[in-house]
Design a protein around this ligand. Structure first.
Ligand code: PXG
Length: 448
């Protein structure tokens, strides 16, 4: 393959090929390929570029490397597993690691969410959860319950179901209509709550809108409501106090399943195993991915309450009960990585560590209140969103420039629109928290 150019000093060091063939996901392909930024290795809190520059990871990769990069225990477990059983089907066969991991996950979930279905990603987890909800109601003799309700500014991955219940205009509009019979709640962000530390208080009954949708469509048509407990990808929208409790109450009253998409929030991001536990609310179905394997091998999972599993399984005639699954559901390498990851979380008490750091984190990120461009700061657990005023003629450009400059300066942040999103590995130190905030503070001064 012919290199696009020779690369020296262009950010292409260490790359012996061209860049054209890889159609990159959610990327400005033309912009990136004109000015690539590459990662070569990673350890602990740092990435390293091909030129050997260290980059402090303020985002745990893409919200996923919760235990920090290159954890020896996880790497070794993957290697051992690859040498022992590289692949084994889980359709009508099994291998011990998948069952062991399912048992370990069931123990970590809120009580009752103990039937675990494996997928390979958050997107597959979201679509699996939606199909479980549909199958449950059918098995329950309520096949009219097909409507799915998501939320504006929600993100549930990029498969058909997740895109449809998701609430990101750009993701949906590019593909036209998707899954039929979907409706959305409004996003929970309110301008008057700007700069709230943690969960905002609200007098408004935002979740009460679900009652309106139930009255509009009829409860007998609604299968499930799916929300992220904290909407992360669209800029860290922290639910007001009482909101999730109210969603739980309304869904339960109308026989609607409540799905928490915990692809980001599970595995310690809020200082608890799950957001469900953090908020003290048990959904009927809970999706995971990312931190499940510390991102070392792709894997997702869906935890269902026992009644969901029992209904689908018991109602089925002898034979396959749930016509769904993936070649790699419970893949041995992923399962081994998952088991090793859970043991790292346990041994290093990383969820408690995140909980202990969250007030330091809150203080630190809110130091940017009053900094140039900053119009809101939101945080919970080890998550923060720093919202900037957009440039009048070019929304998103200011934050994107800060993302580039931070990377070149040795800090990885994530931006969505004009919002900076932060979610460091749970091993972050107080000094590194200060460094993340201070470096962003400097960039806010430099970038117009
Ligand atoms: N649900 C939620 C809540 C997510 O955050 C997915 C589903 C999809 O997961 P997969 O593994 O299919 O990508 C996600 C993924 C960002 C960003 O910058 C967030 C995600 C993925 C990539 C980037 O905020 N979240």
């Amino acid at each position: 393959m012919k290199p696009d150019n020779d690369g020296a000093g262009t950010g292409r060091e260490g790359l012996s090929t061209g860049l054209s063939n890889f159609w990159m996901p959610f990327t400005d392909n033309r912009g990136f390929k004109a000015e690539p930024r590459l990662l070569a290795s990673a350890e602990g809190m740092y990435y390293r570029t091909p030129e050997g520059r260290q980059v402090l990871d303020g985002t745990a990769g893409l919200w996923c490397v919760n235990a920090g990069h290159g954890r020896r225990e996880i790497v070794e477990a993957i290697g051992r597993q690859a040498a022992t059983l590289d692949f084994g089907p889980t359709f009508q066969l099994g291998h011990p690691q998948a069952f062991e991991l399912a048992e370990a996950l069931a123990a970590l979930m809120p009580a009752g969410l103990d039937r675990i279905f494996f997928t390979n990603s958050g997107s597959e987890s979201a679509d699996t959860a939606l199909k479980m909800a549909l199958a449950y109601h059918r098995a329950n003799g309520e096949s009219g319950r097909t409507r799915l309700i998501g939320r504006e500014r929600g993100y549930h991955g990029t498969n058909m179901g997740g895109t449809s219940v998701g609430g990101i205009g750009g993701n949906r509009r590019s593909f036209g209509a998707q899954v039929w019979g979907v409706d959305h709640l409004a996003a929970t962000l309110r301008p008057e709550a700007a700069f709230t530390r943690g969960q905002p208080d609200s007098n408004e009954d935002m979740a009460g809108e679900l009652e309106r949708l139930v009255a509009l469509h009829g409860p007998e048509t609604i299968a499930a409501v799916i929300v992220e407990p904290v909407a992360c990808s669209t800029g860290v929208l922290v639910p007001p106090r009482g909101y999730l409790e109210r969603l739980r109450e309304i869904t339960a009253r109308h026989g609607i399943l409540l799905i928490f998409d915990e692809v980001i929030t599970a595995f310690g991001r809020l200082g608890a195993p799950t957001a469900a536990e953090y908020f003290g609310i048990a959904p009927d179905i809970l999706t995971m991915a990312k931190g499940l394997t510390n991102a070392a091998v792709p894997m997702g999972a869906v935890a269902a309450r026992r009644f969901v599993y029992d209904r689908i399984v018991d109602a089925a005639p002898p034979g396959i009960e749930f016509f769904h699954g993936y070649t790699y559901s419970g893949h041995p390498l992923a399962a081994a990585a998952g088991l090793a990851t859970l043991s790292v979380y346990r041994q290093d008490e990383l969820f408690a560590r995140a909980a202990g750091l969250s007030s330091y984190w809150q203080q630190a990120v809110h130091r940017l209140q009053g900094a140039r461009h900053v119009v809101d700061i939101r945080n919970l657990g080890l998550i923060a969103g720093i919202e900037l005023a957009p440039r009048p003629d070019a929304p998103g450009k200011r934050a994107f420039e800060i993302f580039h400059r931070c990377f070149d300066d040795g800090l990885l942040i994530r931006v969505t629109g004009d919002i900076i999103a932060l979610s460091p590995p749970l091993i972050v130190s107080e000094a590194q928290i200060d460094e993340i905030v201070d470096r962003i503070g400097v960039m806010l001064k430099v970038v117009d």
